[in-house]
Design a protein around this ligand. Structure first.
Ligand code: 6PG
Length: 239
């Protein structure tokens, strides 16, 4: 298990407010350091709460913020299941971000081709051996998946590509690979609710093959939880 930092907030609202404070700080640091703030967004109801909150925050530097997606369902961008649509409705339609700063996954050809296309796009943006996102936002599922890296799927084994095609119950998903995720400067898991307490205990207290436990960070790996999600962690985690 890689080392990580854990922050437990009383409730989802407090957790999201704290995450937004760090978003602003990391954005300022990244823009000062290298002129832009690159963020890979996550799908899911928990990250969505952060997007809605960020949409209301004044004076965030959207001009220099580039938004990517860590994974995407293989549906049109206006489909109810689309992570891009969810982000558009909760954040993008409410902020002054230039259209050229948005990098959604293509989902109109076939999954393998669109995953390759996205990798090429990322390589043009980063021009490095691996993408170094300033911030990688992630959620976890009750089965320990993160992004669209689901237990027992071939996507977990991909080590030489930035993107791949994941699989959820037979449905294709587009996703960053572990190496593409693990070269990020900051990785932040956002996890809330009692429904995640059991999987979090499994992920944070013992070595396991669960996908989310394979995530590392070049810089900080942060687990942001609310009290309900942290309820089954050993006491020393919560002191
Ligand atoms: C997705 C996400 C997925 C999500 C987790 C947690 O496309 O759905 O990438 O990994 O983050 O399933 O989702 P919740 O926060 O809604 O439980």
């Amino acid at each position: 298990m890689s080392s990580f930092q854990l922050e437990i907030n009383p409730d989802p609202t407090a957790m999201i407010q704290r995450a937004a404070v760090l978003w602003r700080q990391w954005c300022q640091e990244a823009v000062t350091d290298h002129g832009r703030f690159t963020v890979a967004l996550s799908g899911g109801s928990t990250p969505k709460q952060l997007y809605s909150y960020l949409a209301q925050q004044p004076n965030l530097d959207w001009e220099h913020t580039l938004l990517f997606w860590g994974d995407e369902r293989y549906v049109p961008h206006d489909h109810p299941d689309s992570n891009y649509r969810m982000t558009r409705e909760s954040l993008l339609d409410h902020i002054p971000i230039p259209a050229g700063n948005l990098y959604p996954w293509p989902t109109a050809t076939d999954p393998d081709q669109d995953a390759r296309t996205y990798q090429q796009l990322l390589q043009q943006v980063f021009q490095t051996e691996w993408p170094a996102f300033d911030l990688m936002l992630l959620g976890i599922g009750g089965d320990g998946h993160t992004a669209s890296l689901f237990p027992g799927t071939p996507a977990l084994q991909v080590e030489d590509e930035w993107t791949t095609v994941g699989n959820k119950d037979g449905e294709p998903r587009l996703t960053l690979t572990f190496p593409a995720i693990n070269h990020s400067r900051q990785v932040m898991f956002l996890v809330s609710g009692s429904g995640k307490a059991e999987i979090l205990k499994a992920l944070l207290t013992n070595p396991s093959p669960l996908p989310a436990q394979q995530v590392k960070a070049a810089g900080q790996l942060l687990w942001f939880l609310d009290r309900d999600a942290a309820a089954q962690l050993p006491l020393y985690f919560t002191l």
